[in-house]
Design a protein around this ligand. Sequence first.
Ligand code: G3P
Length: 213
Amino acid sequence: MKLFLDTANVESVAEIASWGVLDGVTTNPSLVAKEGKDFKKTVIEMCKHVPCVSAQVTATDFAGMKKQGEEYASWHKHVVVKVPMTTEGLKALHYFRSKGIRTNTTLIFSAAQAVLAAKAGANIISPFIGRLDDIGENGMALIGEIMQIWLQYDFDCEVLVASTRHPRHIVDAAKLGAHICTVPVDVFKKLPQHALTDVGLKRFLDDWKKVAG
Ligand code: G3P
């Protein structure tokens, strides 16, 4: 399973990329607004660290999405144009596929939306599991449903588990065979940690001090 960082913070991307485990980055308008930095510069800088950086269009009509998406794709070959799951978005996905521009469909909340986006030509679909959990639904059950559908067909479209909230989401996404999981910075930093690792390392080092004097 590929691991992406869900952020618009370039320093965090550089830090986690240095661990050798990072396959991409997902940004969205809310994350970009939080950082308050220039969007184009941010995306280009991130593209130096990872091969796949999702940059979201803010236009809501096909013509606007086409214009913005083509511009983003011209910034760097690592850019993936993120398109919202609407009927205008479907048109844009279809268009970008015909032009060889990679896309990620955001705001997927049902299996029907997932199938439509894949059929329209999305390279990636992003079901938001945490937001489903927030309203009392079962986000990971949707991933299970989508992966079951994906097994029956040959969609050229990766399933990216988005809106993750804790490390267990990443493990469960991997167990279901999701292709990609995007993870917020605070959750990503929890992934390498285990209390027994810390205790074990301390004991090894303390014992070694006794031998080494
Ligand atoms: O990648 C989508 C993600 O940013 C949404 O996360 O936590 O706002 O639901 P959240």
